[in-house]
Design a protein around this ligand. Structure first.
Ligand code: UDP
Ligand code: MG
Length: 329
């Protein structure tokens, strides 16, 4: 039916020897059934990105890659982190694949949803987000920290899809636009909604890790959140400016109070000048930092060199497309 659709499933792996055999089994099963029904091309494949593992992950992947054509591997020279492993995979296949799906190696994301992603793509979505259904078995702490995180990010001007991690499908043109974001600290989850292409969601229940341990301890998770905020938002810088301004205002009030006391002779000598200097200088310093921050904020956004726009449809271009390409538009 649709022999042309070449799907690539990208799986970042960091020390995943415990789950990998099962992951390979599950994913190849899904890929095979999709190509048997003619939904995707038989040339579709799974790309395992080994993010500098120190266990048998690469041996497992490379052994399969030699014998099974639908299994391919990419080994990074050291541990570059989850996000960079994903980017490495996406960039590697961007010329071949009509669409890519990224999924964790630990089978926490429900791989059985992959066909649903493909159908959404065939219906015209350029981006399909895997969204975790509200999980009732989640601890109170986990549920609420996550909620606060999404709220905070929204306040900072970063639009995330709540409860969506890195289980998603990207069409070829979404990948190509994504690759125009050349910034070093690429917070993928925050960039994808910026593309603006037609998107849809697939809901799933997040499972327990099939085997092995989480590679995201609390420390890494916090660092990830801070990274997300600081690579998107200059709200914290603006906050310094506002606080500085507030301090100058409070300083003014306290100055008036101190001066009145001085006139009324209610003060011991030295107090008035001391309290005045503390508040005035403190406030002015904070404001000065805020002003510098404003400039740094500008430098911050400039250095990212983000694309200024993304084209959805261009009739000039469309006329030049061949029939085959038109199908994917
Ligand atoms: N991962 C990676 N590099 C890292 C850390 C993690 O490629 O430095 C991979 C890991 O193998 C897994 C995915 O990223 O496929 C998500 O990690 P994990 O399941 O440990 O995170 P959690 O689900 O606990 O948040
Ligand atoms: Mg996991």
């Amino acid at each position: 039916m649709n022999e042309e659709l070449l799907l690539c499933i990208i799986v970042p792996c960091f020390n995943e020897e415990a789950v990998l055999p099962e992951t390979i089994k599950v994913l190849t099963g899904i890929l095979n059934s999709l190509s048997e029904t003619g939904t995707i091309s038989r040339k579709s494949f799974i790309l395992f990105v080994d993010d500098g593992s120190s266990d048998k992950t690469w041996q497992l992947v490379s052994a399969r890659a030699e014998t099974v054509p639908s299994i391919q591997g990419l080994r990074l020279s050291r541990n570059f982190g989850h996000q960079n492993a994903l980017i490495a995979g996406i960039e590697t296949v961007n010329k071949e694949a009509d669409c890519v799906i990224t999924i964790d190696a630990d089978l926490q994301d429900d791989a059985r949803m992959i066909p649903a992603f493909v159908y959404k793509y065939l219906e015209g979505s350029d981006v399909v987000y895997g969204v975790r259904k509200r999980r009732d078995q989640d601890t109170f702490f986990k549920k609420n920290t996550a909620r606060v995180f999404y709220k905070l990010m929204a306040k900072m001007g970063v639009n995330l899809v709540p409860n969506h991690a890195d289980f998603r499908l990207l069409s070829r043109r979404a990948v190509q636009e994504f690759m125009r974001y050349q910034e070093e600290n690429l917070f993928i989850r925050g960039i994808i909604p910026l593309l603006g292409f037609k998107s849809s969601k697939v809901y799933y229940d997040r499972q327990k890790r099939y085997a092995g341990e989480s590679k995201y301890p609390l420390k890494k998770m916090l660092a990830f959140a801070v990274d997300g905020i600081t690579s998107f938002s200059i709200v914290p810088i603006k906050l310094v400016m506002s606080i500085g301004f507030l301090f100058v205002l409070i300083g003014g009030a306290i100055a008036a109070y101190a001066l009145i006391n001085w006139f009324l002779d209610h003060t011991i000598s030295g107090w008035t000048s001391l309290i005045l200097s503390i508040w005035m200088i403190g406030g002015m310093q904070l404001m000065a930092i805020g002003v510098i921050g404003e400039y740094i904020g500008k430098i911050f956004t400039e250095t990212k060199k983000r694309p200024r726009y993304t084209i959805e449809i261009n009739t000039l271009h469309n006329k030049k497309l061949s029939e085959k390409d038109k199908f994917h538009e």
